[in-house]
Ligand binder design. Structure first.
Ligand SMILES: Cc1ncc(COP(=O)(O)O)c(C=O)c1O
Length: 451
């Protein structure tokens, strides 16, 4: 590897960073991470921090997961690649699909369609939803509904159901036929409703209203994250997703759970859908499926949807989606090892316990610092602080101040993520009690340093 000076000299010079302005990356070069160990990362200067971002919501088992590394190495030696397009498959992906249908059986999901990541999983799920209706003779069901503030990746169909202008405006026009309803976000919503349960009812009413307005016979699916993640960690009231399920059933609309973040234990349950007691028709997974060690994803398909495809004799059920790397054997080997570790360690239980500790600690910080307008979490290891310059007006804090909080927290031992006026935390699920304390004390230092 090139030396430290070379890396710093060339940082952001010859690559454009995702989700960043190229000029900003040049003016404020990114932290160069060179090592990962357990739940910690080390930068080019040797500075070690707890990674409260968990890679990017994906390194659930931490950076030293030996069985996953060994499985990847062994698979590379044995069969580094073979396609799963019609006519061929590989042994690793067969084993993985068996394990996944066992893992997701309580969610009613019986089939896997493999992808190369979250955006791919969303794209495939949306396409399969349209196809499902076409096979059943309802070709007019092509529209999609989703939540404002939702994040569904950056492919064009996914960006079209995305609920954040940052990921949309510069790429318009997006796909027609995608409509958004208000998110169950008590801190800010068009109904000015702060009670989570009443707000959930209002959002569900808005969903039903939109369905009636569009015409149920034109709508293919509703897609939602069980806990909205990238939009700022917005856990809905527990009544929300079950009510959405009911409405979808009432109008023959498929429910797609985008569990790219929430599948495999992050909410304290094995899936976000299970967390709310809901069985979706399709589920998008990625990220923790391989602990971030290999780009991979899977769309899980319910028994009912699978039956429609598998019983089709018209030819319409032939799947015209797929990627060169769908079912990649190295990714499959990584995922098998991850799933075994995930279950062996029962990481969902630690996610629940450490998540409760982190949430309580963040609430205590909010008592201390007025700049914290809203604290969100309470459902496993996904938490956010929404920062404001004026609590009464809820004025979003400026970019420089939130950046300063992040910087000082980093210097004090915790990497946290800034998104808009939110500080987001999604650490590995193997986090210890001491690690949570480190994150909280680093944030405390960050807030203390604000003028
Ligand atoms: C809920 C959700 N869906 C989709 C995606 C897109 O995944 P990827 O970045 O792997 O394409 C993400 C990424 O954060 C996500 O959080």
């Amino acid at each position: 590897m090139k030396d430290e000076n070379f890396l710093k000299e060339n940082n952001a010079r010859h690559l454009w960073h995702p989700m960043a302005h190229p000029a900003d990356s040049l003016a404020n070069p990114p932290d160069i991470i060179t090592q990962g160990e357990g739940v910690e990362i080390v930068d080019v200067d040797g500075h070690r921090t707890v990674d409260a971002v968990g890679g990017l919501w994906n390194v659930n088992l931490g950076y030293s997961c030996a069985p996953v590394k060994a499985a990847i190495a062994a698979q590379l030696d044995k069969l580094p690649y073979y396609s799963t397009f019609r006519g061929t498959t590989n042994d690793a992906v067969i084993e993985l699909s068996y394990m996944l249908q066992e893992f997701f059986a309580p969610d009613g999901l019986t089939r896997a369609f493999f992808t190369s990541g979250g955006s791919d999983s969303v794209e495939v799920a949306l396409r399969l939803a349209r196809q499902y209706h076409k096979i059943r003779g309802e070709a007019g069901r092509v529209k999609f509904l989703s939540l404002k503030k939702g994040y569904h990746g950056t492919h064009t169909l996914g960006a079209s159901v995305n609920g954040n202008a940052n990921f949309r405006t510069q790429y318009e026009p997006l796909m027609p036929g995608c409509y958004h309803i208000p998110a169950p976000y008590p801190y800010r919503n068009p109904f000015n409703e702060t009670d989570p349960e009443r707000l959930a009812q209002l959002c569900v009413a808005a969903l039903e209203d939109e369905i009636k307005f569009q015409g149920a016979e034109t709508i293919a699916a509703f897609i939602m994250e069980p806990v909205l993640g990238a939009g700022g960690v917005l856990p809905p009231h527990k009544s929300f997703m079950p009510a959405v399920r009911e409405i979808c059933d009432k109008y023959g609309i498929l429910l797609i759970a985008d569990e790219v973040i929430t599948a495999f234990g992050r909410t304290g349950s094995w899936s976000g859908s299970r967390h709310w007691g809901v069985q979706p028709d399709l589920m998008c997974t990625a990220k923790a499926i391989t602990n971030g060690y290999f780009p991979y994803g899977a769309v899980m398909v319910s028994g009912g949807v699978a039956e429609v495809f598998e019983k089709d004799t018209s030819g319409k059920g032939a799947i015209g989606s797929g990627y060169t790397y769908s079912g990649h054997p190295v990714g499959a080997a990584a995922a098998i090892a991850c799933l075994k570790e995930t279950e062996r360690l029962q990481v969902k239980d630690n996610a629940a316990a450490r998540g409760a500790q982190l949430f309580a600690g963040l609430q205590a910080l909010a008592q201390k610092y007025d700049v914290i307008g809203d604290v969100r979490g309470g459902h496993g290891l996904m938490c956010a602080l929404e920062l404001v310059s004026d609590r009464a007006q809820k004025t979003p804090i400026d970019k420089k101040s939130i950046g300063a909080v992040q910087r000082v927290a980093y210097e004090n031992g915790a990497m946290v993520r800034v998104s808009g006026n939110n500080v987001i935390m999604s650490p590995p699920l193997i986090l210890s009690e001491t690690d949570v304390e480190t994150i909280l004390s680093a944030l405390d230092a960050g807030f203390k340093a604000l003028p």
